[in-house]
Design a protein around this ligand. Structure first.
Ligand code: UD1
Length: 411
């Protein structure tokens, strides 16, 4: 399993806070999103040396940064850069962030946090600007919802603020812990890691550091579910159980064999012709991760009976359903709920990836379907899966990339 996209993006953004020294990152995945954020950083005046084949990235952000992040880069991914830019330069203007179209994805919680630290927010035609007339000052911020990006952005904004910031109802995802670990290496003072209350004591400066990015728990989940769906037996390295407890419980409930080999490795196998149906509800961590529900739905199609998936985090995350139904699935959605009938057999079809994880779900469906499946819009998959085709082939999948050029090389 490669390095985690959703940890690498905020950790690289945190690297913008270093006014002294360079940072070097290891286990950086080869993804178009990493290429995009590198280009964004270069446009701000940061020196970046991204070596995707070696999975390393070095950056030198010590020169003053430009304070405007252009739409060209920010619209292609979802990274929290407003916070660190504001903390560094006292003002920042950023195009509204992109990423998967899985809901309206407002950033009001991020902005509320910056305002509490003393910034003024101006929103205008697709841009948001934050300005601090004087030094940012620590404050208490309560999140209405434990937003992952909001928590990351406000932590980064408050690291250099004067005094103490407390974030109440902070998100607790492992990717946030990974970012906090890097910030602490840079000299930040943060306590409460992994809990819903974080305290950040502002420091004078942060210094570049070396850091190894955690492995991608969604990528691990994808191979775990692929193994179970194809009745395979796969040893997955870079798959810590502690980061995927909810998934392991749900897969075991369905009858899948999961062995925790060591703290970093799991072995997933399945011999059952018929899995048991299951009910899954997506929630903030430690609940079932929303990014995994489309992939999980492929496994529930192979169960005897009806499963339900309730999506409580994003309002528009069932776009894969229409595509899966083209392959013989019987999935009905109503509001936040999808009811999935176990069909145990799918047929190959021409389908389209509608977002990153939906794209991965279609690949898994294609692996179990009879006949050939052709998946369009695979640039979504290139945003988040390091060498998906190569890794799947090494497991015995019959899969070819038809569109030779990766989104990575196009950008
Ligand atoms: C991050 C992940 C994404 C994952 C999600 C939830 C990255 C790059 N992306 O996205 O893969 O699915 O966490 O685990 O790390 N919300 C607001 N106001 C805000 C912020 C969020 O209403 O200011 C809402 C969103 O619309 C959404 C929910 O809160 O309904 C969760 O969003 P959030 O946790 O912020 O997700 P992201 O950081 O966008």
């Amino acid at each position: 399993v490669s390095g985690a996209k959703n940890a690498a993006l905020p950790i690289l953004a945190a690297g913008l806070l270093a006014t002294e020294g360079t940072s070097k990152f290891y286990n950086v995945p080869k993804l178009s999103d990493i290429k995009t954020i590198s280009m964004l950083f270069e446009s701000l005046g940061v020196k970046v040396d991204y070596k995707p084949e070696e999975n390393t990235l070095e950056m030198d952000a010590t020169k003053p940064l430009l304070t405007e992040a252009s739409f060209e880069f920010v619209s292609k991914m979802r990274a929290s850069v407003l916070g660190p830019m504001l903390a560094r330069e006292g003002s920042a203007k950023v195009a509204m962030p992109g990423g998967c179209s899985i809901g309206s994805r407002p950033i009001d919680q991020h902005l509320k946090g910056f305002e509490a630290l003393g910034a003024t927010i101006i929103q205008d035609a697709g841009f948001v600007e934050a300005r601090a007339e004087k030094e940012l000052e620590g404050s208490t911020i309560f999140f209405d919802f434990p937003s992952v990006g909001g928590t990351q952005n406000v932590i980064m904004a408050s690291c250099l603020a004067k005094g103490k910031t407390t974030i109440v109802n902070a998100a607790q995802e492992p990717e946030i812990e990974d970012m906090i670990n890097f910030l602490i290496k840079m000299g930040a003072k943060i306590s409460g890691k992994g809990t819903s209350i974080l305290e950040i004591e502002g420091v004078e400066k942060l210094v570049g550091a070396e850091y190894t990015i955690m492995s991608d728990r969604v990528e691990a989940a994808t191979y775990m579910i692929a193994a179970a769906a194809t009745k395979g037996d796969v040893l997955i390295k870079g798959a810590p159980y502690k980061d995927n407890v909810a998934l392991v419980s749900k897969m075991r409930e369905m009858g899948v064999n999961i062995e925790i080999v060591d703290e970093d490795t799991m072995r997933v196998s399945n011999k059952l012709d018929m899995l048991k149906p299951v009910d899954v509800k997506t929630l903030p961590h430690p609940g079932f991760l929303t990014d995994m529900q489309s992939i999980m739905s492929v496994l529930t199609l192979l169960a005897k009976g009806t499963s339900t998936i309730t999506e409580t985090v994003f309002e528009n995350r069932f776009m894969h359903v229409k595509e899966l139904n083209k392959m013989g699935a019987i999935i009905a959605t109503s509001g936040k709920e999808a009811r999935i009938a176990g069909v145990r057999k799918l047929s190959g079809a021409e389908v389209n990836a509608t977002d990153l994880r939906a794209g991965a779900a279609l690949v898994l469906a294609g692996l179990v379907a009879e006949g050939t499946t052709t998946i369009g819009n695979i640039y979504h998959i290139d945003r988040g899966y390091n060498d998906f085709v190569g890794k799947m082939k090494s497991l015995g999948a019959n899969i070819e990339r038809i569109e030779e050029i990766m989104a990575y090389e196009m950008s």
